[in-house]
Every structure is written in structure tokens, then in C-alpha cells.
Design a protein. Structure first.
Lengths: 342, 342, 342
């Protein structure tokens, strides 16, 4: 992609200062800028780079006052961060215009394939599945039976989707993620052996969900493991059978949520958090990274620790934990002087 | 699958109350029941749904006394939970009756393939491997050289099995799991660089083992990393080189076990537990979720914390940890009044 | 491979004691030794096995004094551990001499393939990528567009490499690892929905890097997520967008490093450690397993805990944490006797 300064100004609704015919073909950080790249100045810490960068064009705040004249082209905008994010997505768009079914894929005759679909090499789709309009399925993807994938969803290479899974519109699922494998459930039989609980349910994923790489989501024993609209899940996350995640909740990498737990809407769950099974977590709950949640929590709390307690309380206690050697020395000394052991 | 009430009564050894000719084609939770579905009442919390559910058939306890007459068909059994689990497995069975070698797979001529095997598209099996009777290998599976997979084992899509791995009978291995990759071992050479330790061993997996999705099990430096009969391993678990896991031990999601550690039989290891290398853990040890185990433990203990200590002791200490701000305030006040700083 | 005692002595620069014509065809632990295997005695704990082992040849220290005469062949060396590691790598070498492009792979015409390359079945390589001399790519690997993989690197089955990734020389990447998936970044829009931040950067991996199984490394928003020369990364590790890892740093299994954090050289990061985003960690920092790092640390420290503090301090505090029930009993008793509640 090749864009001139005046074309970019149109996209970001900005004003060009300098040569409005100069063109760029890539985006870069201001400190790494080269001829042909566009950068932005979004943080005053980086001001000096405005003058030294080799970028051909820089987006700056409409009110920024230059400390010295510069020769490169500037585009003045209301919010350089936001404008740059917009350009990032413009540059990202032409990434995927592939269409058509690769000869090296294997799709059952009963599968419904809508218009605009791409289906990459060495991918498999089994009987009675449904692939919506403009769905893009990369290479080496497995899709079981009776799966439904709705329009505009992108499935990256190597994703494995077990039978009966339902995936909504505009979702993105990254490589290596497994959706719909059996939940982890066993009953001890009369001989003390673990007997597998059959999982007859499925996984239901709403619209606008993004799931990272190598994440695992197990199917329900009965009914559905449910990921609601707008949920964002990072890499290497474990979501067990019969879990429910409310709309727009964000889950960072390596989180584990045990069976049958229900998480509310708009929660923020930090990296490596673990949540026990059969719990109920409210809406807008913030769970600090690495916490271990062992009981229910109401909406609108921030929690931390293992077992997790209120964030403020954990931090207060931890300050004392760090001081324990000092305070204990003081206490021991006092006891030695003043108290008889009995 | 379509079953009539009297056929189900035969399967679960129960007595029909109502129309024994009514038929169902699926199982569902009692609160989600629809015409054509069978549910069960296994917990008195759900009693009210017995009267409001649209399920065509409900399994109830043989001694349950109805609060009001109902029109749906009941089947009275000794233990509704157990009977339902039985039906779940009946409904799950017809899931996999596939047989035969897909044309789009690649199997070396030297491989021994027994009767009843299914080998899915885009799967690979390299020389001198052995595939036992009725083994089902889904799509996009990789099997190295000299691998042995014994009868009735199921390997889900995208599993990667390195050379020399041995897998027993009746095992289930879910998508994305990697078995037999190199252990993580390096020696610092004279120039301060990490020099790789070659791993010449393998992974040995016994009978009736289930392994979840995206789990990793490394091969031994020498000899075998050993997973004994009946072990159950959840998703995203890491098992390092030369680890030994005793029979029937259950390992929840995201657990990590470092190199050369030996775990006994019938242990229960909670989610996100970490266990250091070169340790020895006894039999029937319960390790609470998220614990970090840094020393050996004898059999029959329950442990928690980081470093893990006895479960009861951790919880008692944690109560005081939570109270530290209060108790410290009290102590500070006392010291201020009564003790001279010196 | 079949080697005689005198050939082995040449390889490890040792002296044969006994029959120098005896031959072995495998390596084994001394306690598992059989006729035809070579073992080593590297730890005095295992001395007794020297006399009882059935190994045909044993490597021992040049100064070791026999307690009783033995019939097996000995090879005396300076450092039996090191000599055995050398033999392990000799035995591992003939593992991979495959060459050539499998008919069942799919490689774009524009891809540059150098001499000695192996490209396995059901692997994909997209346009404008570059595959260096002697690179070995196993089965079911995905390589996007504009990827560069430099000479002698080995990519195991099922690895997924997104477009624009750069991988150096002599690297090893194990099965299921995903390199270059989108970073986890969202901005809340005016309607309270999470809006995806486009990731236009890539992943850059230096020379002599080893990466375990099912690890995930996200690409940068702009510029590169950077893994420097000699870095070793274990299984199931998460490395977020824009992270930088310095040379020769070693990262154990299940570690998570959040976005834009920079780690120095020669650090040792224990299993299941979590490191927050936008931090700066110095060189030669040791981070104990399971720690949670929430602030910057200078070079040459050892840290532990959550939030991580100095290793020694954490352990001192933890001793008191374990004693809290006892000390609190003592304090409560004292307060009851001596202090009026007010």
C-alpha cells in the first residue's frame, strides 16, 4: 500500500503541514522511522524524536508547538494515538482478500459454504457444518460435524473445532486454539478407577469474540459452555466445561477457569489468574494477575491474592508480610524482657 | 438416536410411570428441557423444574414422592445421577464408528495397521510404527518413527507424537497435545553459552490414560518419562523430561511438573500447581490449586501455598495474614505507649 | 549405531580398561543397563550400580578407585557427565538426515528454497518467504508470507508461523508453537465496546534460539517482538507483543511475559513466573518459580513472591507467615492479660 500525505489527511481528518505529495508505504515507531514510513508523536517523552526521526510523515497533535523548524511533512490531528490506530487498521485490511476453496482441503458434500469464503490447504470440514458469508479459514484447520461459523469470522491456521460448536459473527480465533474438547470429569467407580463422564454438550461463542493462540475451551457435559458477545480471550487460556463468560469480559493470558463457574459482564481478568469451579463472579469485577479465586464475588469489586480478597486489603497485608522479620524481632525482644513463658 | 421410554427403562434398570411409548432423541438439563429430550432430577434444589420442565421423560429417584400429579413420563431408578451418566455414554457412543484409511493421509509402508483402525485426512505416520486394533486417529495428527499405539486408543485432531513414544490401550488424547518433544536441558559451555543436552529417551504412557488439549509431555534424557495406567491429565499441562506419574493420579489444567520429579499413585493435583524438579511426592497426596511445591512430601497429606505447607497450616496462617493490618495497628499502639525504642 | 569401546574412547578422549573390542548400540542409565548398552557413573550415590549393572561399558572418573574387581569394560575420563553428554549428541545426530520437498506440501512459487532443505507433508509456505540452507521443516507446519528462516534451523510438526516473522540460524522450534499471532490489545470505544488494535509489526528471533512446544509469541503492534541470540524458552510460555528478551536468557515452562516488557541478558526465569507489562528487568536476574513481578528490577538480583521482592526477604517473611498462628496466640494471650481494650 502506498499513500500520499493528502490521502492520509483525508483518512484521519487532519491538516498537512509541508509537502502534501510525499508518499509512505509503511508505518513505524518514531524512533525507528525511515524514508517512506509514517510515524506519530503520541507521548511527550518522545518529543526529541520528532526532530531526529527519518520518517517521511509524522502525525502530531493539532496544538503542538514546534521547538525548531523541520523539513519532514507533518499532519496535525486531534488525537495522534487514535489517528495512528486508524491507519494501522487501514494498513492491516489488505492483509486478507483471499477467497475460494483450496484443492488440498477436504470438505464434506453436505457442508453449506456461503459466498466469499476462503478455505485453506489441508483443512477439513465434516458433515452438516455451516460456513457463513466471507468466513476465512486458513490452513490445517479441523472442523467437526454440525459446526456453525457465522459471517466474517476468521479462523487462523491449525485451529481445531470439535463437533456441534457454534461460533458467531466477526470473531477471530488464533492458531492452535482447541474448541469443544471433552470436559475433565470423572467418577470413581466401585474399583477405585476413574470413570469418564461423557460430554454431550457443546461450546457456544457469540459475536465479536477474539480468542488468542493455543487456548482451550471445553464443551459442556450438557447444554453449552458459553462465551458471550464481545468477549476477548488471550493466549493459553483454559476454559473448562459449562463455564459462562458475560459480554465484553476481557481475559488475559494463561488464565484458568474451572468447571461450571459463571463470570459476569465487563470483567477484567489479569494474567495467570485461576478461578475455582462452581463459582459466581459478578459484573465489572477486576481480578489482579496471578490471583486464585476460591469463592463468589459480587459486582464492582477489585480482588487479589490466593485465596483472593479485596485488592486494597491484600496490599495492606502484604506490606506487613514484607515487614514481618523486623516486627517479629521487636516482638521477640519485648517478650524476652517482659513475659514469662508459661 | 431415538429411544422410547421402555427401551430406556431397560438400559437403566428402571420403572416407567406414564406413557412408556413416548420417545426422546437427546439429553438435556431439566431446566432447559424440550419436547423430545430426557432429563434427570439428581439434586433436590432442582425439584421445582420437575413440574415446569418441557422434557418428555425425567429420571427420578425410586422413592421420590410427587407433590402434585404430572403428565410427563417418569422413569424411577435407584440413582438418577448414575443412570443419567449411563445414558450420556450410550448417546456418546455412536459418535465414532469411522473406519478406514483416508486417501489424504501419509503412512509409511513399514507401519503395522491392525483391524478397525481409522486414519483421518492429512495425518502422517512414519516408519516402523504400530497402530493397534480399533485405534482411531483423527485429522492432521503426526506420528513419528517407532511409535506404538495400543488398541482402542483415540487420538484427536492435530496431536503430535514424536518418535519412540509408547501409548497403551483405551487412551484418549485431545487436540493439540504434544508428546515426546525434547526436554529443556542445557549446560553452560566454556564461553558462557547454553549447550543443548540431547534427549535420547522417550515417553511411555500406560493404559486408560486421558490427556486433555494442548498439553505437553517431554521425552526423557535417557529412559522414559512415564505416565502410569489410569492417569487423567487436563488441558495445558506441562510434564517435563524424566517425570514419573503413578497410577490413577488426576492432574488438573495448567499444572507444571519439572524435570525428574516422581509423583505417587492416586494423587489429586489442583489447577495451576507447580512442582519443582527432582522431588518425590507420595501416594494420595492432595495438592490445592495454585500451590508451588518445593520439597518432598510423604503419602496421605493435603498441602497448599508457595512454598506449599500442610493445607490446614496454610489456611490458619492466611487468616492471620488477612488480619495483619488490624493486629499491627494494635501492636504499634502498644509499643508506642509502653516500649522505649532502643 | 554400533560402536566399539576403543571407538568410544577416541570420541571422549578416555582410556579403556578391559575388553576394548566390546560393542554397544545404545545408551542407558546405569541402573537400567543391559548387555549392549553404555552407561556412566556421574554421582557417587550410584556407585553400587557400577558393580551390579548389566551395561557392557561404563564411563567412570579417571581417579575412581574400584572397591572390587569387575568384568565389564570401563572407560576412564576426566568428567563422565560431560563425556556422556557428548555421546548423547553423537547418538542423536543420525536422527535427521531427511532432505527434499514432500509431494504433499504446498509451497508458493515465489518462495526461495536453499540446498539441503527438508519440507514435510501437509506443510504450507506462502509467497515471498525464504528458507535457508539445510533448514528442516517437518509435517503440518504453516509458514505465512514474507517469512525468513535462516540456515540449519529445525521446525517440528504443527508449528504455525505468521507472516513477516524472521527466524535466525541454528534454531529449534518444537511442535504446536505459534509465532506471530496478534497481540492482545483493545481500546474501549464510545459505546463501551472493545475495539481491536491492529498489529502491523512482526516477531524477530535471533540465532541459536530453542523454543519448546505449544508456546505462543505475539507480534508487535509496530516494530518487533524480539527474542535475542541464544535464548532458550520452554513449553507453554506466553510472550506478548513488543516484548524484548536479551541474549542467553533462559525461560522455564508456563512463564507469561506481558506486553512491552524488556528482559535483560543471561536471566533465569523459573516456571510459571508472571511478569507485568511495560517493565524493565536487568541482566542476570534470577526469578524464582511462580513469582509475580510487578515492578522494574536492576541487574544481578534474585527475586521471589507476589509481588516479587528480594529472594532472601521473601523467604524470611514466609518463615514468619508459617509461624503466625503460634505467635498470634502468644500475642493474644499477652494482650488479654495486660492491655485494656479501648
Amino acid at each position: 500500500m502506498n499513500l500520499k500525505a493528502h490521502q492520509i489527511a483525508d483518512i484521519v481528518n487532519g491538516n498537512v503541514e509541508g509537502d502534501d505529495n510525499v508518499s509512505i508505504n509503511r508505518l513505524s515507531k518514531i524512533e525507528d522511522g525511515q524514508k517512506g514510513s509514517l510515524s506519530f508523536l503520541g507521548n511527550s517523552k518522545y518529543n526529541k524524536y520528532l526532530y531526529t526521526s527519518n520518517s517521511s510523515i509524522v502525525l502530531i497533535n493539532e496544538n503542538y508547538i514546534l521547538e525548531s523548524p523541520i523539513s519532514k511533512t507533518l499532519i496535525r490531528v486531534k488525537d495522534p494515538n487514535e489517528s495512528f490506530a486508524k491507519l494501522l487498521s487501514v494498513f492491516g485490511k489488505n492483509d486478507f482478500i483471499k477467497e475460494g476453496i483450496d484443492n488440498n482441503s477436504k470438505i464434506d458434500k453436505s457442508v453449506v459454504i456461503n459466498s466469499g469464503v476462503y478455505f485453506g490447504p489441508f483443512s477439513v470440514c465434516n458433515k452438516n457444518s455451516f460456513i457463513g458469508k466471507n468466513v476465512k479459514i486458513y490452513s490445517q484447520v479441523f472442523i467437526g460435524e454440525n459446526v456453525k461459523i457465522d459471517e466474517n469470522t476468521v479462523i487462523y491456521p491449525g485451529v481445531k473445532i470439535y463437533s456441534n460448536t457454534i461460533i458467531g459473527k466477526n470473531c477471530i480465533i488464533h492458531s492452535g486454539t482447541v474448541i469443544g474438547s471433552d470436559g475433565f470429569g470423572f467418577n470413581i467407580d466401585e474399583n477405585g478407577n476413574q470413570k469418564k463422564v461423557t460430554h454431550n454438550g457443546n461450546v457456544f461463542i457469540g459475536d465479536n469474540v477474539e480468542i488468542g493462540s493455543n487456548t482451550t475451551i471445553d464443551k459442556a457435559t450438557l447444554g453449552s459452555t458459553k462465551i458471550s458477545n464481545g468477549v476477548k480471550i488471550d493466549n493459553l487460556v483454559q476454559i473448562a466445561h459449562n463455564v459462562t463468560i458475560g459480554t465484553n469480559t476481557v481475559i488475559a493470558a494463561q488464565v484458568g477457569i474451572a468447571g461450571s463457574t459463571s463470570i459476569g459482564s465487563n470483567c477484567m481478568i489479569g494474567g495467570q489468574v485461576g478461578i475455582s469451579g462452581h463459582l459466581k463472579i459478578g459484573d465489572r469485577v477486576m481480578i489482579q494477575a496471578k490471583s486464585g479465586v476460591l469463592r463468589n464475588f459480587e459486582s464492582d469489586v477489585s480482588i487479589m491474592g490466593y485465596p483472593a480478597i479485596k485488592y486494597r486489603d491484600y496490599n495492606k497485608s502484604y506490606v506487613h508480610f514484607k515487614n514481618l522479620p523486623d516486627i517479629m524481632k521487636k516482638i521477640d525482644k519485648f517478650f524476652k524482657k517482659n513475659v514469662n513463658n508459661d
